[in-house]
Design a binder for this molecule. Sequence first.
Ligand SMILES: Nc1ncnc2c1ncn2[C@@H]1O[C@H](COP(=O)(O)OP(=O)(O)OP(=O)(O)O)[C@@H](O)[C@H]1O
Ligand SMILES: [Mg+2]
Length: 189
Amino acid sequence: MSHELRTPLTTMKSYLEALQDGAVDDKRLATKFLDVTQNETERMIRLVNDLLQLSKLDAKDYTINPQRTDYVDFCNRIIDRFEMTKKQNIRFVRELPKRSFYVDIDRDKLTQVIDNIISNAMKYSPEGGTITFKVIKRGLDVKTKISDQGVGIPKENLTKVFNRASIASIGLDQEDWAEPGSVWLLLRK
Ligand SMILES: Nc1ncnc2c1ncn2[C@@H]1O[C@H](COP(=O)(O)OP(=O)(O)OP(=O)(O)O)[C@@H](O)[C@H]1O
Ligand SMILES: [Mg+2]
């Protein structure tokens, strides 16, 4: 759980530093950065509330709160955060649909899952590596693929990542797991 809390804090720190380094003088940028820090603050408050709640409840009682969401915009914002906070020499490649579309997702939970997958990808990326974030919409299925150029996830750890992901009520398309260094998330409407 520790990195679920660390990620929003790291994000806020980077955006605040950028503001201090001059972004504050650019009205449009400043508004955008303050927006992100506010969203991350609120997300962290919800996260802490969830944690306090979870310590009292059985994990089975974990509730999912789906909200209609522009998925391309949702993904772009997540990648923006990582681009802003990254310390390593890593490049993000976005392969996202041109047209926006809507999905019903629990934004906080899916954000946690994707944050973890991207953090993992960064951790295992070689110097100068590329992380590719790809979204494919086909019929009722929305596939999100996050791949890195590292060694790939060892088989024995798949269930660990899988179990975490299933908390967010998303299916993982296990047939595609064969490809090293990539994780597919499958959202089914
Ligand atoms: N992209 C990846 N490349 C190589 N190994 C990976 C990758 N993603 C996950 N793993 C392996 O799977 C394990 C489980 O990942 P998981 O995100 O559940 O935990 P963690 O990253 O070790 O800890 P935390 O997420 O709490 O910081 C990792 O420790 C690592 O061994
Ligand atoms: Mg991790």
